[in-house]
Design a protein. Sequence first.
Length: 263
Amino acid sequence: MSLEAWKFFFEVGGVVLLLFTFAFGAGALIVNNRLNAVQAKELREFRIKFEEEQQKTAEAQKALAEAQLELQKITEYVATPRRIVLDSRNHDEASRRPKLKELQKYAGTEALVMPIPGDNEAKTLTNDIGFVLQQAGWKVKVVELPADIPPWSISNGVQVRTTVRLAKGEVKLGETKTLSKPPAVAAVTGFLSLDLAPPPFGILGVSWEPELIYSDGPKGFPSRGLIEYGFAIPDGKVVITVGAKPTWEFFLTHNPASAPASK
């Protein structure tokens, strides 16, 4: 080949090589940009999933901590016996003294306190209630539940019972919540609630159970309660029955979505 031919060959080859260099460079740039875009998308998706997993883990840890706290509360509730204190619990003198003075207004009131048989925790609580009422000037007797009254008729928790005499039909059965508590009963439930069901846990600790007698009904027409078993409560007298600790009610009600339970 002549020199002119070689020159033409190399000039054409250089142009072709330059074209290939440009083409491959442009291709590499395009592929690299696309690869970077895919990798960036994958990285964003990974970060999103990682953050979601972190959030799920945090929520799971929070739920576990809350469950452990609830379990601790339940364990403490089950393990701690009910007790009544006269002077102070957790420095609550400011709220306890007025309720004690209110209880003392009804000094001389006769009261029977009866625990459910075979329950040492209930018996201890019965003695506490008797002691507090005696210190308030009430005439108190702590006695055993009469044999004629079946233990299963005494509900869990503490019930303050009094006789309420009504005309027939004045209050229907099951509508006793419309009745007003006698002042002495309000004083008792108010004081005992400081330890049995402090605010806002007011649903399981201590309740008033009026025993209705209809004056114009046949033989008094008792509605329910101790009267059904032949145990009449004299007018003006208070009978306090102490049932088992309301543990299963606590399990049913002690959660954030429901009403609080007694302590």
